[in-house]
Write a protein that binds this ligand. Structure first.
Ligand SMILES: [Zn+2]
Length: 218
């Protein structure tokens, strides 16, 4: 599956610097960036768009599933505790079942959902919001620099960005980590890479947890 390009230096998809030497796991070929600390899946082992869409179609998340709602509450609860009453938001990458948007809307924070595969209403990306959420999205972005810049443009001053992605363990533990076995995941973040993002966009890091990170645009 690997092509000759896997051996050539390529740019880190987050910070753009020449990323480290590639290595192979059973789940794909990876690089570890020494500048921003992102581990990225080499594009030679990405799924194509059709296979990616088919893979997402196998997810069995339902909008009214209590287990899924509890999972999303890990982000929704600390975010809602910080929002002004009536704050309006976008759930970016809401998938086929926009459960988080429904939870936030029901709680008094009107939220719309966008998803490139399942809810591709691009007009929603031209609006400014009090908050944007990305649950289990960051690790799927092929071009995180561009997507994060787009999110920055959508945030009002003082706006919140809630990210949910599982933090990468120390590199020695990477081979045994379950997270990269999902072939649609292409970017694996550490606390350091999330701080790199915050610095790059001038956002303040409000909190970083094993799954949930809250950032605020000044
Ligand atoms: Zn980098």
């Amino acid at each position: 599956m690997a092509s000759a390009s896997a051996d050539a230096p390529i740019a880190c998809p987050l910070c753009g610097s020449a990323s480290g030497d590639p290595w192979r796991e059973t789940s794909g070929v990876y690089r570890h960036c020494s500048q921003c600390d992102l581990v990225s899946r080499d594009p030679s082992t990405w799924l194509d768009a059709e296979a990616e869409r088919a893979y997402y179609g196998t997810h069995d998340n339902r909008i009214d599933d209590p287990g899924y709602q509890r999972f999303l509450a890990q982000l929704a609860e600390p975010l809602m505790a910080r929002l002004s009453p009536g704050a309006r938001g976008l759930d970016h990458g809401c998938g086929a079942a926009p459960a988080l948007a429904a939870m936030l809307t029901d709680a008094g924070f009107p939220t719309v959902g966008y998803d490139p595969f399942f809810a591709p209403n691009a007009a929603l990306l031209d609006v400014r919001y009090d908050f944007v959420t990305c649950t289990e999205v960051l690790e799927h972005l092929h071009d995180p620099r561009r997507e994060l810049a787009r999110i920055d443009a959508m945030l009002q001053p003082g706006g919140w960005l809630g990210l949910m992605t599982e933090l990468r363990p120390p590199m020695a533990d990477f081979p045994h980590w379950h997270y990269h076995r999902d072939p649609t995941r292409v970017g694996f973040h550490s606390e350091a890479s999330l701080h790199w993002i915050a610095t790059r966009f001038g956002w303040r890091v409000e909190s970083v947890g094993r799954r949930v990170t809250l950032l605020r645009k000044p």
